[in-house]
Ligand binder design. Sequence first.
Ligand code: SF4
Ligand code: SF4
Length: 428
Amino acid sequence: MGDLKRLHRLLMDIDDMLAGCMRCGMCQSVCPVFARTLNEGDVARGKIALLEGLSHQMISDAEGVKCKLDKCLLCGSCSASCPSGVKATDIFLKARAALTEYTGLSPVKKAIFRGTLTHPELFNRLVDMGSKFQGIMTKKANAYHGTSCAPMLSSILGNRQIVPLASKPFRKSHPSMDTPAGKSGLKVAFYPGCLVDKMYTGIGEAVLKVMKHHGVGVFLPANQACCGMPALASGDTKSFEKLVDLNLNCFSGKGFDVLVTPCATCTATLKKVWPMMAENLDMKRRREIDALSAKVMDINQFLVDKVGVRPKDGAEGRAVTFHDPCHLGKSLGVFSQPRTLIQASGRYHIKEMQDANTCCGSGGSFNLQHYETSTQIGQKKRDNIVATQAEIVATGCPACMMQLTDMLASKGDKVRVKHSIELYAETL
Ligand code: SF4
Ligand code: SF4
């Protein structure tokens, strides 16, 4: 058992948050997992019922409760459509934290989160090594999408088509940066996030190109760490808090107007999850987190709402369909800005897919634990993309890009997967 005081606080918080649910079942119709399994235990209402009297449940069957809670994408579809304003994903994150506090973290997760992720230098070195030797473990799968599969790791990765690690991570090309505000009068802090640093370096380059074009100064500090979501989703609050601290040391109190990220999950984590989990920290830490979170903005939103990028009237050009990442649309209400950005040059026009804002089925560790369900949800998204006959599917989250690439590549579809900032940058 971990820290009893922390466990008690978490249980009290959860009890308070559960009280809002009136069991109306509205969340059922929007839950992507329920749509596949038709199991009431998979929907928010079922999970909330399970969490009532969590302290008793923990004693009788902690692992069982954990298992049921893990069958969730943390997509926020339930929270976004709840008429009572129940913050289901916040409840689930706190419940996962309470359960892990009670049962302890598995040795594998301890090694990953406490032994590696919270030590950015070591984490970076290990990933750099992985990038050098990935050719030994993988074989090329789809030349159009540039994906590989890893038969030797099939017990963990199944037959996924994976995006390779970058040969040179973004932070090695740009270890740090501090340029003054130009013609825009604005200066941003840039948080690329792990996937942009280690896999999708082109997104990071696109951000820098766009900032330079608009005369926006960039503060890019060295030693940035993971946003903490992978650790928190596994209930590891200790690693989560350490990662928050590492990032606060990089950004807190430094001179910039906005902190931008091109990763929807990082944006939602820094902006909403950090303050939510800080509720029980000391006042000084809370203030620091609140001050930084208030400055966090998605890159699309920054360019449209702050810099003033506008769509070109009557944009024609090549067809692009846009997938709304759950952490961008449902969590942060950012829907129109990426579409505006894509249509700003006139070189592309948006062709909407059906259900553009439904989850792609990625869900971080959900994809690893429940690949079959994740793929069923992802294939529906793939069908909707292909039906538009667009040449490109754009989105605003590297995690969604990985899932969309897997879904399209496995079917041999010739639809490019891009980040909206990449499409905008190439037109400048
Ligand atoms: S979480 Fe919200 S939508 Fe779902 S049953 Fe409770 S009140 Fe209804
Ligand atoms: S977060 Fe998503 S997957 Fe989880 S219960 Fe809510 S709607 Fe279902």
